[in-house]
Design a protein around this ligand. Sequence first.
Ligand code: GCW
Length: 680
Amino acid sequence: AENGYDLWLRYKVTDNAVLLQQYRQQITGINCTCSDGKLLAAQQELQQGLTGLLGKNVPLQKLVTNGTVMLGTPAQLPFIKKSVGENTLTGLGDEGYLIRSIRHEGKNIILITGNKEAGILYGAFHFLRLLQMQQPIAQLNISSTPAIKLRLLNHWDNLNRTVERGYAGGSIWDWQRLPGYRDQRYYDYARANASIGINGTVLTNVNANAMILTEPWLQKVAALAAIFRQYNIKVYLTARFSAPVEIGNLKTADPLNEEVRKWWKDKADEIYSIIPDFGGFLVKANSEGQPGPQNYQRTHADGANMLADAVAPHNGIVMWRAFVYSNESPEDRFKQAYNEFKPLDGQFRKNVLVQVKNGPIDFQPREPFHPLFGAMPQTPLMMEYQLTQEYMGFATHLVYEAPLFTEVLNADTHTKPNGSTVAQIIDGTADGHSLSGMAGVSNIGSDINWTGHPFGQANWYTLGRLAWNPALTPAQIANEWIRQTFTNKKAFVDTVQQMMLASREIMVNYMTPLGLHHIMGYGHHYGPAPWYNKAPRADWNPVYFHRADSTGIGFNRTASGSNALAQYQPAVRRQYENIATCPEELLLWFHHVPWDHKMKSGKTLWEEMCEKYYRGVDSVRWMQRSWSRLKNYIDEERFKQIEQLLGIQEQEAVWWRNACLLYFQTFSGKPIPAKYEKPD
Ligand code: GCW
């Protein structure tokens, strides 16, 4: 059944007869000097994929013939050095690859090579992608290397198999049956990740449970690591800062205490004795009630460095999260991470990265880029995106996140005279860091199609592709994903690509237009609740963020308000602090704006807000109409799932629009313009 389990790796027989004929001539078998796990994984994937796509058995060959797909490193196949050239090979690094049509021993073959077997694995998946997308393969000359070193999923999975902010069932980690039972799903998870270049996974929630660091649990982790290793994926764990107290019987977790430091060193040694290629730790500390170094009057750097010292002898790393805000501080939450971390620049060990969310608040439908990007040149900063749609309609709404991700990557921080986009900061080029990373909070669960909403798969796909190459456009990524996941038929591809590209702005319009943010339901974050003001802390209340009153709406973050804008470079600050030059899509992030403020369209702010909310709903209906025309292009199962989900999305867009406009109207005191239908 077409239940979505195969993701974008469906390998259905090529449904273009001419092309199928060509492919069958161009590909006759696979020659592989298989020695190690990754190469074997590449060979198996190619055999499975090509056999499916060509609709015939693609054999392993000892001798090359015309149409052999040959896999091997230059060390295994010495002719490669001469045929390709030393410089080209050097440029590929450890994970890059070449795919070339060449003459070898008088035959026309396809060579997939890389300095390391990991590169060949990625090359094999690229080759399969070409066929899945029905591209010509006659004269291949492809070379590719990843721009970012650590390309990671962050699972917020708890040890009891619940998933924080997970909307696709329970955790896929079946801890109870590990390490003995190796679910096929782990292999398929690894294949999917390898196919898009993801090379690491943090298995556990950042709201961490120290138990994972005990020996029986580490054995379970080791079983997963053994599977993932073959696919060039390292495992990482979250480290609960108070673990020395909770599982180590110490009286303190003070990072400068000798016993505590020794405990972590011993713990790291133990972990590496069980999992020799363990990646390292991800840490959430002193945020939202989690323990951390500040409990002992130490800094984030003290905490991170202690863990970094523990894993350094094993080449491990520490990813220390910047998502901190304190329970006590009356300071604008927007400013707190920057205030905490900026002064620590230069104090972190070499093997520490600071992991920063894309925006200053929390994965909203639209946020300005985080002011920390560019502000800590001596520290490698990692990007943290959220694939799971905590604030974007869970796994119910169709929202393609690539436009959100690239909007942030392309933002210019103005911290360097010649190029300092967020992409250049996080890929390490702006400040010359060799460590670099991009992470996505996973949207994967035990649902048969992995992500709940079939289109959630596209967000997972995007993370991998963008981490490999941050210059890819949302259109390119969507195009790849649609062709592999559904069909190559043009009408389908074009229509769905348009829907995907528009979907994020559509959601912004019906949820939080013009820079509104964090007005979702308290706690669960689903649906509208801009009126809510009963949270135990002010900055969990929607009213804290929108600040609507009879004079206007929005959060004044200019110098006359919280002055969060001072955290940006002057060029950025000046643009945003002037209401005339502030992009309207960010307006209410930075300004408290009178209801009758004139917008660029000539409408008043209130009218523009009405326009956005109404357009948001109308556009969901447009998506529904577009989808309804595609019935005959794909399987009924997925067609109906998406049709039903769009139906809910339409109802909820109406809910958002009506709730927000009727509530904000109590402040604006103005009518909803007559040209719109009445709230229904
Ligand atoms: O997005 C918010 C979520 C919390 C989460 C936190 C974080 C893991 O509401 O559930 O906790 O951020 O990123 O640490």
